[in-house]
Design a binder for this molecule. Structure first.
Ligand code: FMN
Length: 194
């Protein structure tokens, strides 16, 4: 393949940076369904994340009606124990409005360093996925709430807890509202050593 020197600040680069900057975590979604093919293509792109030893430690699960209902029941059961009936009803209702459900898991490793690197690779893959979706006009929310560490959640997914763990439950759909966010300035987080 012909390689050309990258030029500084091209239109393509600015547009790419816009996607990185403007992607936001979305709470409120429209009910318009996201085409399955688009999600499939997003995963197909996401798995090109950097990955030490190319272990490909990730797995992606989309949840259909039946699995979602089970998750909503589980969510309500978890919240009822901690915060009571009213809070559980509220949470169940708000979760039932999430149009798309995706779970990303990471394979477990006995080697601590490999586990850390595999998790990092999974996170890079998730970010690839979120950015691809965002470029396609689809918002998302990456959650690691209580449900993602509950063994009953893994049962719903049919995952063996000894083999894998959940990197995130990702809700996705067309945004109803896009919130604003801020970050520190680059000067605060960037150091140039001589
Ligand atoms: C690993 C990970 C776990 C997260 N878990 C949650 C969560 O459980 N609940 C939540 O409200 N947001 C969660 N978020 C989303 C962050 O709150 C969000 O990225 C942050 O507020 C910055 O907003 P932005 O994504 O729009 O830039 C998570 C993000 C990451 C990367």
């Amino acid at each position: 393949m012909k390689q050309t020197a990258p030029s500084y600040e091209t239109k393509a680069l600015r547009e790419f940076a816009e996607v990185l900057r403007e992607r936001r975590t979305i709470e409120l979604f429209l009910q318009t369904p996201v085409p399955e093919k688009l999600l499939y293509e997003a995963v197909d792109a996401a798995i090109w994340a950097p990955n030490h030893h190319v272990t490909e430690p990730w797995h992606f699960f989309t949840l259909g009606e039946e699995a979602r209902e089970q998750c909503l029941d589980l969510c309500a059961a978890i919240v009822v124990e901690k915060k009571g009936e009213k809070a559980a009803r509220f949470k169940r209702q708000s979760w039932s409005e999430k149009p798309g459900w995706l779970v990303v898991t990471c394979q477990r490793s006995q080697d601590e360093l490999l586990q850390q690197e595999d998790y990092a690779a999974c996170c890079a893959a998730v970010q690839n996925l979120l950015l691809y979706l965002w470029k396609a006009g689809i918002g998302s929310k990456w959650t690691t709430g209580d449900i993602t560490r509950d063994s009953r959640f893994l049962d719903i997914l049919g995952i063996d807890e000894a083999e894998s763990f959940v990197v995130g439950l990702i809700w996705y759909g067309y945004p109803k509202l896009t919130p604003t966010q801020s970050r520190k300035s680059v000067e605060d987080v960037f150091t140039e050593l001589p």
